[in-house]
Design a protein around this ligand. Structure first.
Ligand SMILES: Cc1cc2nc3c(=O)[nH]c(=O)nc-3n(C[C@H](O)[C@H](O)[C@H](O)COP(=O)(O)OP(=O)(O)OC[C@H]3O[C@@H](n4cnc5c(N)ncnc54)[C@H](O)[C@@H]3O)c2cc1C
Length: 335
């Protein structure tokens, strides 16, 4: 008999539902220091041939001093650098002192670039007044950065601001306390869990909440699992959280927060909630072996498990595990 209990999956990013219902949480590093907020924006009509030529002439201003070949072989230009110029323009008062200490931008289709440069520290993503303050200041930063690009970088002469994010982007706010708190050890060891419901592979990437030092660690080979228990707030058996607010310390949250990882958690949470609703309604009683089986059959990428023996072996591909040994994963695209 399906249970009558109501279920909630909190995917608000900030853990709003869980917090309002009384779940325990920490903010940022546990002392309230959170990653800075930023307002993404796009610049259009950039002349990419001129930009590439400019990059070749000014390679020493870019990270890792790229060669002509490296610049030409980039299908879409990923641009990181200009630290000294940024510093000078901050000193002259032409750029906000809180702005990131480098220009980071990525090429998009139609000669547009996504700009990841604006920044403001010590803003609570769950405080409307602070968010409003950030919104106003970051919009000013957008114009400053755009002027900076036109002044210093080739290819931007006839460009224009296409759009900004609809609202200020919050990298970090609440971390809901769940039955398991994911930490950096789990990430760096590429840990798998008996109740793993999804994987992450991104580095630990923590933009500085104070000062200028960004933490960026971990190799691209790292793959780890997120346990179902990190989605269950400790005080509740009818609520799951998914996304950047799951139960993780700040270091681990610095990795799990990226979009693909958050989406995969949502798949895990939704499937678990459906299973709970079909049984006694209690999220904590979900059979995690069956949950993993369901997820694998849906095409969810999970780390090596004995469950794979029960599914079609032609759907299993070899892959290298984080420790260098060979493992396997289920490839839904092989169907
Ligand atoms: C500036 C910036 C740059 C980033 N760059 C990258 C990047 O390059 N690559 C990458 O993968 N990740 C990047 N991230 C991280 C990533 O975008 C987020 O961490 C991720 O989107 C979080 O996913 P989520 O599902 O937890 O929350 P969100 O994507 O924020 O989704 C939460 C949704 O819930 C809605 N919501 C919130 N509160 C309520 C409420 N009370 N009622 C109803 N609806 C509500 C929101 O409107 C939103 O649609 C960046 C983040 C920022 C801020």
């Amino acid at each position: 008999m399906p249970a009558q209990q109501e279920h909630f999956i909190d995917c608000t990013g900030d853990g709003d539902v869980a917090a309002k219902a009384g779940a325990d949480f920490t903010i940022g590093d546990g002392k309230g220091i959170v990653q800075p907020v930023s307002l993404f924006f796009r610049i259009g009509d950039v002349n990419t041939s001129e930009l590439r030529a400019w990059m070749k002439k000014n390679r020493q201003l870019l990270k890792d001093n790229p060669t002509d070949k490296e610049i030409d072989s980039q299908k879409g230009i990923a641009f990181l650098g200009l630290n000294e110029l940024v510093k000078e323009e901050i000193a002259k008062g032409n750029l906000d002192s809180e702005i990131a200490n480098r220009i980071l931008m990525y090429e998009l289709p139609h000669h547009q670039f996504a700009m990841n440069v604006t920044r403001l520290q010590k803003i609570s993503g769950v405080n409307a007044k602070e968010l409003t303050k950030a919104e106003i200041r970051l919009r000013k930063q957008v114009v400053e950065v755009y002027r900076f690009m036109k002044k210093h970088v080739g290819g931007f002469e006839n460009s224009y601001i296409v759009e900004t994010g609809a609202r200020v982007g919050v990298r970090e706010s609440r971390h809901i306390i769940g039955d398991y708190i994911l930490d950096e050890g789990d990430i760096l060891e590429g840990k798998s869990f008996e109740d793993g419901i999804s994987c992450g592979t991104y580095a630990i990437d923590i933009h500085p909440g104070q000062g200028k030092m960004q933490i960026y660690t971990g190799s691209g080979k790292m793959v780890y699992e997120i346990p179902y228990r990190s989605l269950i707030p400790t005080k509740f058996d009818n609520m799951l959280v998914a996304g950047r607010c799951i139960s993780a310390n700040q270091m681990a949250a610095g990795s799990i927060r990226v979009m693909a990882t958050c989406m995969a958690m949502g798949q895990g949470a939704g499937t678990a909630a459906a299973m709970a609703a079909e049984s006694d309604g209690l999220t904590r009683n979900v059979d995690t072996k069956m949950l993993r089986e369901m997820l694998i059959l849906q095409g969810q990428y999970l780390l090596n498990s004995d469950l794979e023996e029960t599914i079609d072996p032609t759907l299993i591909l070899d892959r290298e595990k984080s420790d260098g040994s060979k493992g396997s994963h289920y490839n839904p695209f092989n169907k």
